[in-house]
Design a protein. Structure first.
Length: 322
């Protein structure tokens, strides 16, 4: 394919320097306390009076251009907001993970994994197209090193990563299948290019099924999933009930789901048990403060302000909760 990020395969931009990638690794690890989790940090309930600011503030890379400088990004794929008032960015085409102060509006990033100059490689100090990341309460970091087909673990402050294959329960010697393994497809017991993973406190798994244009919920011990957002048959679209190449999903404490609707350049919010989404960020493709360009990552801070990795916009956008 030679594509850059997991949009619909027929509509991805071409990136010459990348090798072929057939599947995006799933990486959002096991549940952590709410104070440590960037994906859903503070309980709040949506109701008729809820409003979010639909105009974004650029909080990382205000240059409006891609590049390798410390104040620039190049196809940022994921963003993680840690409880230490910092955010971590998977700066995909720069082959690095950047650490930014959370409230900086015109700052610079610090490279905490990979090459600060954009060099790719397979050694323990290098990355090639990192796409997903997770930071625990001790600021140890896990990243999906996509084109090297591995998961790298970095203890806090360490310049080199350690390759891990899977994370199992305490004392476990083998992994346990929890979803899929029934071939590629749009069936309830199948996954068709899983691009993102979210696990709630009850160990319920939410998978963003990129090519099936849906978010599937898998209960603990289930042999099939249930479509909770998007099409159960894999249909794509622009209506409030459909999505096109959904990349990531997060839930708040009331099970409202926030889906990154990549090819529709928007963020859709689905209330618990609801099948019709509400656009909370993005309109059409573009670089204005109200627009997004093939967004991929999403995170929230303690005040439920929303951070979006606007991948083709080469920026991180912050949308304030009103």
């Amino acid at each position: 394919m030679g594509q850059h990020f997991p949009l619909h395969p027929l509509q991805q931009p071409q990136v010459q320097h990348e090798q072929q990638v057939h599947q995006v690794p799933l990486l959002h690890m096991d549940p952590v306390p709410a104070t440590d989790r960037s994906r859903s940090l503070k309980p709040f309930r949506l109701n008729g009076s809820f409003r979010s600011n639909t105009t974004g503030i650029t909080v990382a890379d205000v240059t409006n251009s891609s590049g390798t400088a410390s104040n620039q990004l190049n196809y940022p794929y994921d963003v993680f907001v840690a409880s230490q008032n910092v955010m971590y960015i998977a700066d995909s085409s720069n082959n690095r993970i950047q650490r930014w102060l959370l409230n900086a509006t015109n700052g610079t990033g610090m490279t905490v994994a990979g090459s600060s100059t954009g060099l790719s490689g397979i050694t323990s100090s290098l990355l090639t197209n990192p796409r997903f990341l997770y930071v625990d309460s001790s600021q140890n970091m896990y990243t999906a090193d996509t084109n090297n087909h591995r998961i790298q673990y970095y203890s806090y402050g360490a310049p080199n990563g350690t390759t891990i294959l899977m994370r199992w329960g305490p004392s476990a010697t083998t992994g346990v299948l929890v979803a899929g393994a029934n071939g590629q497809g749009a069936g309830a017991n199948q996954i068709d290019w899983g691009a993102g993973l979210y696990i709630d406190a009850s160990s319920t798994i939410y998978i963003t099924d990129l090519q099936s244009n849906r978010v599937a919920q898998w209960l603990l011990g289930a042999t099939s999933g249930t479509t909770v957002a998007g099409s159960s048959s894999g249909v794509s679209g622009t209506s409030s009930t459909l999505m096109h190449a959904v990349c990531s999903v997060v839930l708040d404490a009331y099970d409202n789901k926030y889906a990154v609707d990549n090819n529709n350049h928007r963020i859709q919010m689905f209330c618990a048990n609801g099948t019709s989404g509400t656009i909370v960020a993005g309109t059409t493709s573009g670089a204005s403060p109200t627009q997004l360009q093939y967004p991929c990552g999403i995170a929230f801070d303690l005040s439920m302000n929303m951070y979006i990795a606007d991948t083709s916009g080469h920026r991180i956008q912050k949308f304030l909760k009103l």
